[in-house]
Design a binder for this molecule. Structure first.
Ligand code: NAP
Ligand code: GDD
Length: 343
């Protein structure tokens, strides 16, 4: 009998790669979809026709209990979140509800369906749980690189909510004996990345500038340093974490640092343009409390999970630019039928 997985956030970047990966491993894959006519559901259905869908929302406890009860998953991957950090200053309560309380609701759904009525270390559950924690939790990092033992100093309501999700996951592991793991993933990108994130904002703009459809690209802090990897690599790590004998917390990244300026330079260079002719700084895009530097120490993950990234940063940016040149060309030729958000 195939293993069953339930993925929240199936319509997002990571959900799409994880869904495809688990299908390739022979899993029966169920994606939780919110809203009565979510347009991103058809996008992911086109990519992976074998996916199954179930309605639900991380804001709605009963819908999660019902989804877990119906699917009876062996593994639950909680990727659903409002993932764009600046939005968390505009709607902090909503982001806290979805990204923080949403984790508690999913853990409760597993607890209720597994019949764990009282906290007890030895009870356990047959359902393994993955929580999408984030390097944003390190925030104003107290050391570089950051590892599984580095303390947290989140800098945004998003980061604070992720810290809650991280610790409630650990708490259900310790209180109920649940197999609950937390993946502290550093930034990961792909041609499927949302257009609001800096790498995709750059690759889309470079494509449009190259094709003569735009001239300027407005950005905020070019000095921010991130450890960027390829999303397709990172979903393999999520799966590997749930196959270990014991649950734990894991840091996943590349261990290589680049600035936003590096990303800009690589992307413009790739199409033969000078970024200085096109990039303008918009102070409105500078964050009220910035995360200046993130870099992963992946010693533990590479040794114990036997995981390593396969796509270097320059290759990643070039892949995204090439994909967007193709997409923007099609969009331009065929009008509005294809939007910038289509894969
Ligand atoms: P993404 O592309 O923004 O996808 C987010 C997903 O969450 C979407 O499928 C969205 O569904 C869903 N969602 C939003 N609100 C929801 C709700 N109330 N109930 C259920 N689902 C909801 O994000 P991503 O890049 O794939 O990231 C996946 C997860 O990893 C997120 O939790 C993110 O915070 C975390 N993370 C990402 C990175 C990274 O660099 N990508 C790094 C560390 C951690 P709709 O279609 O309904 O909007
Ligand atoms: N989005 C954006 N837009 N970022 C900009 C811009 C701009 O115009 N200009 C400079 N930046 C800088 C931001 O200030 C930040 O330092 C860096 O680029 C990366 O921003 P994002 O791509 O928006 O990602 P993020 O680091 O805030 O968050 C992503 O990674 C986290 C893991 O570290 C998201 O995927 C989060 O969900 C994830 O948890």
């Amino acid at each position: 009998m195939p293993k069953r997985a339930l993925i929240t956030g199936i319509t997002g970047q990571d959900g799409s790669y994880l869904g495809e990966y688990l299908l390739s491993l022979g899993y029966e894959v169920w994606g939780l979809v919110r809203g009565q006519a979510n347009p991103r559901k058809s996008r992911i259905s086109r990519l992976a026709a074998d996916l199954n869908f179930i309605n639900g929302d991380l804001m709605d406890q009963a819908s999660l209990v019902s989804a877990v009860d119906k699917v009876q998953p062996h593994e639950v991957y909680n990727l659903g979140a409002i993932s764009f950090v600046p939005m968390s200053w505009e709607q902090p309560e909503l982001v806290t509800e979805v990204n923080g309380m949403g984790v508690l609701r999913m853990l409760e759904a597993i607890r209720i369906v597994s019949g764990l009525s009282a906290p007890h270390r030895d009870h356990g559950s047959q359902i393994r749980f993955y929580q999408a924690s984030s390097s944003e939790m390190f925030g104003k990092a107290i050391e570089t690189p950051q590892s599984e033992t580095t303390g947290f100093h989140p800098r945004s309501p998003y980061g604070v909510a992720k810290v809650y999700g991280h610790f409630i996951t650990r708490n259900y592991r310790e209180s109920f004996g649940m197999y609950a793991v937390s993946g502290m993933l550093f930034n990961h990108e792909s041609p499927r990345r949302g257009a609001e994130f800096v790498t995709r904002k750059i690759s889309l703009a470079v494509a449009r500038i190259k094709l003569g459809l735009q001239d300027k690209l407005s950005l905020g802090n070019l000095d921010a340093v991130r450890d960027w990897g390829f999303a397709g690599d990172y979903v393999r790590a999520m799966h590997a974490m749930l196959q270990q004998e014991d649950p734990g917390d894991w840091v996943i990244g590349t261990g290589v640092m680049h600035t936003v300026r590096d990303a800009v330079q690589i992307a413009f260079d790739h199409v033969g343009l000078d970024w200085r002719d096109h990039v303008v700084i918009d102070p409105q895009l500078v964050r009220p409390a910035e995360v200046e530097i993130l870099c992963a120490d992946i010693g533990r993950a590479s040794a114990a999970l036997n995981w390593k990234p396969t796509v270097a940063f320059a290759e990643l940016m070039q892949m995204m630019v090439e994909s967007d040149v193709r997409q923007v060309t099609r969009e331009h030729e065929y009008g509005d039928l294809l939007t910038a958000a289509s894969w």
